[in-house]
Design a protein around this ligand. Structure first.
Ligand code: ADP
Ligand code: MG
Length: 704
């Protein structure tokens, strides 16, 4: 976590010490404390230092007629229920559609898999509802928040910071504890940064910033306070960079293999390594053979075959008696790694395991025990890998996939599990070298260019006019031929899909998207839900089977649904941008991206990387506004990720390219290098002038 102990001169006399354990708070018992600890929150101060993921500004009530015209916006409406209809879709799935009216017009409130809402919203009931307006058989609000007499919605104009909970801890619960923490311990917060530096950064001191960010009176206040909060992860990062420059990199265990062993390991793959893979593997072999810990960033376009490279590193280390942790940003990706590499690894006697948040307690306990005993060689997982209870006998290598999706401190905590481990970071997001140096320090960078052979063509079309009209027919034919479709519905408006219990892998859609201070708009989950419902009404899609995934689903459920798609049980998956990274289903040959104008080039390219993974030819259809024509034309012309990323940079600035912007649960490192570049540079200056301060932020040894 980004909070750290107050300086030793400590809290002002008479006030409570905020470094007290979190159990000091009412309502936080041992069970909850354990959960909070897994989120990196152990002291009262950690809680006060938790950065909100977004700010909701509650709107005034408006007439239903007006609301119907505000597609993509969050609205609050009040009306009387005219009728409510329950539709069962099979299994536990259902849709309740309650039509409400206020005299000015009608709109539907739509609830998924909550059949009891039909009774609750019986005809004649008055309701106040809040949510994003979507188009689904007329204007609707999908999954609205309802105000009742007993618990009304917040007053219009109320600012509500939202927090990223997860693991059974809701944003509201966090809010409550933070309030109590501020009430009782707020006076004890002590600033440890020089006043002059804060002034230079135009950031308030901690004791001002904490109440201001958690209980903001205005949006500008919130943004001002956020700057102070953003300094914490930035300073930690810079401290790690400095430490490494000063040669304090520590020592790792060598994993040295002979030429014969190297050859034997390379021969284990079921395919021939590409030249690029072979070259990078050579670089990694050298790194692993040294005591200076490897810090290598492997950049390779989607589908370039990074996982195979990581597997080599894992096999070398395991061969030399060390353990390997392979971390992915979502459970979907973690299990994909685990299943994808199991044959290769276990086929040669290595023992593997998968730890995710959805394991049963007993299973988890068993794996944790075997890890500690050294009975597992390679463990796969999400951030669940660095829960406090996970200990390794001898962790020698950490592989972090799609590294830019992890919080800075999370990457650090994994490395701390082994006193000094080799680290391999992998990303499909090309990062300009100069920027990488500023932000990541002196990482070695390997580039994996080209794709494995034997792949089908990928054709991209901006579909409109005749193309658009012909599309459904074409899709129906592909489905009939047994191929599969991703149907992507990105966010509407600017809000992050932040209610996710696991990283939604959703990235902001525009330059101003996802900024801490931006008022929230309807989530992409809502619009994906309405598309899902719409496709259910089409015979060819319904017959081939449909699934819906978005970041709001519990991760277990999301995995189950993705698994059904992966196994080919369903033909189409309607998804938000959760499918953006890493999902590997070679039989999926079609991708439809709706509202493609809301996405930048880099993200469109990432999404398109989900298809073209098999032998068959693939097709990507972009649906969207003419205003993005330039982007669409580029997508039609090029599949070169680096070229598209450069264009993206030119068009939108550098913010999206760098992984410091967080998504989903990993919000504590909420730093946006584009927006916060001044803070990044200022903090570098600060450490140059005050090397003493570095120590305070040197909590992690990992500069990755
Ligand atoms: P990414 O770089 O996007 O993580 P993956 O590692 O998921 O790519 O690889 C994409 C697919 O290509 C996987 O199905 C993998 O098995 C396959 N693959 C990787 N390397 C090769 C190769 N040298 N020859 C053939 N197929 C390969
Ligand atoms: Mg991958």
């Amino acid at each position: 976590m980004t909070g750290r102990s107050a300086s030793s001169d400590g809290a002002p006399a008479g006030s409570l010490d905020p470094t007290a354990p979190i159990t000091e708070l009412k309502g936080v018992g041992h069970a909850r404390a354990a959960r909070l600890k897994r989120m990196g929150l152990t002291t009262v101060q950690d809680l006060m230092m938790l950065q909100p993921t977004q700010l909701i500004v509650w709107p005034d009530k408006i007439s239903i007629q007006a609301a119907c015209r505000r597609k993509g916006e969050r609205v609050t409406v009040e009306g009387r229920v005219r009728r409510s209809v329950l539709q069962r879709i099979g299994g536990k799935r259902s849709i309740v559609r309650a039509t409400i009216s206020d005299g000015s017009g009608e709109m539907d409130l739509v609830f998924f898999n909550q059949p009891w809402m039909k009774e609750q919203l019986a005809s004649g009931t008055m309701v106040v509802a809040h949510g994003g307006v979507v188009e689904a058989r007329g204007a609707s609000i999908a999954s609205p928040r309802l105000g009742t007499e007993a618990s009304p919605l917040p007053e219009p104009g109320t600012l509500s910071p939202e927090y990223s909970g997860g693991d059974g801890v809701s944003s509201d619960a966090l809010k409550g504890w933070i309030d109590e923490a501020l009430e009782r311990f707020g006076d004890g917060l002590a600033e440890h940064l020089p006043q002059e530096f804060l002034e230079h950064c135009d950031a308030p001191s901690l004791e001002v910033a904490a109440p201001m960010i958690h209980r903001p009176e205005t949006v500008p206040d919130f943004e001002y306070a956020r700057r102070r909060f953003a300094l914490e992860p930035i300073l930690s990062l810079q401290a790690a960079v400095f430490a490494r420059r000063q040669g304090k990199g520590g020592r790792a265990r060598k994993a040295l293999v002979t030429a014969a062993q190297d050859k034997e390991i390379r021969g284990r793959y079921p395919f021939t390594l590409t030249d690029a893979q072979s070259r990078v593997i050579g670089e990694i072999r050298q790194d692993l053979g040294k005591t200076r810990p490897m810090r290598r960033l492997l950049q390779g376009d989607v589908g370039a075959g990074k996982t195979a490279v990581a597997a080599y590193a894992a096999m070398v280390v395991a061969e030399c008696g060390g353990q390997v942790a392979m971390m992915a940003p979502t459970e979907v990706l973690a299990s994909q790694h685990a299943y994808g590499l199991r044959d290769l690894l276990e086929g040669h006697g290595l023992r593997t395991a998968l730890i995710t948040g959805s394991l049963r307690t007993g299973e988890r306990r068993d794996i944790v025990a075997r890890l500690a005993a050294g009975e597992i060689d390679v463990v796969f997982g999400t951030h669940a890998l660095f829960s406090a209870d996970v200990k390794f006998k001898r962790l020698d290598l950490a592989v972090i996939d799609e590294q830019h999706r992890f919080g800075v401190s999370q990457r650090g905590s994994l490395a701390q599990k082994g006193s000094d481990v080799h680290v391999l970071l992998m990303t499909a997001t090309p990062i300009p070298r100069t920027l990488a140096l500023t932000v990541y320090g002196d990482l070695e960078v390997s580039v994996l260019d080209g794709a494995p052979p034997g792949r089908g063509e990928v054709t991209t079309r901006w579909a409109r006019g005749d193309d658009r009209r012909r599309m459904p027919r074409f899709l129906a034919e592909r489905l009939e031929a047994g191929e599969q479709i991703y149907w992507v519905v990105p966010r509407i408006g600017d809000a992050a899909e932040s209610t996710a219990t696991e990283s939604s892998a959703a990235k902001p859609a525009g330059k101003n998207a996802g900024k801490g201070g931006a008022p929230a708009a309807p989530s992409s989950a809502a619009s994906a839900e309405s598309r899902y419902e719409n496709l259910l009404g089409r015979t060819s899609f319904r017959q081939a089977g449909l699934e819906l995934v978005h970041g709001r689903l519990p991760s277990v459920e999301r995995n189950t649904r993705l698994d059904r798609f992966r196994r080919g049980d369903v033909g189409t998956i309607v998804a938000t941008t959760v499918v953006e990274v890493g999902v590997d289903v070679p039989n999926a040959t079609i991708m439809v991206i709706e509202d493609a104008h809301r996405l930048g080039l880099a993200q469109l390219h990432q999404l398109r990387g989900r298809i073209g993974r098999g032998k068959k030819d693939s097709y990507c259809f972009l649906l969207g506004d003419k205003k993005a024509e330039e982007r669409f034309r580029l997508m039609e012309k090029s599949r070169d990720g680096f070229l598209l990323a450069e264009e993206d940079l030119r068009q939108r600035g550098m913010g999206d390219l760098l992984g410091l912007r967080q998504s989903g649960e990993n919000q504590e490192g909420l730093v946006d290098p584009e927006r916060d570049l001044d803070l990044l540079l200022a903090s570098r200056d600060l450490f140059q002038r005050n090397p003493d301060l570095i120590r305070m932020y040197e909590s992690s040894d990992l500069d990755g």
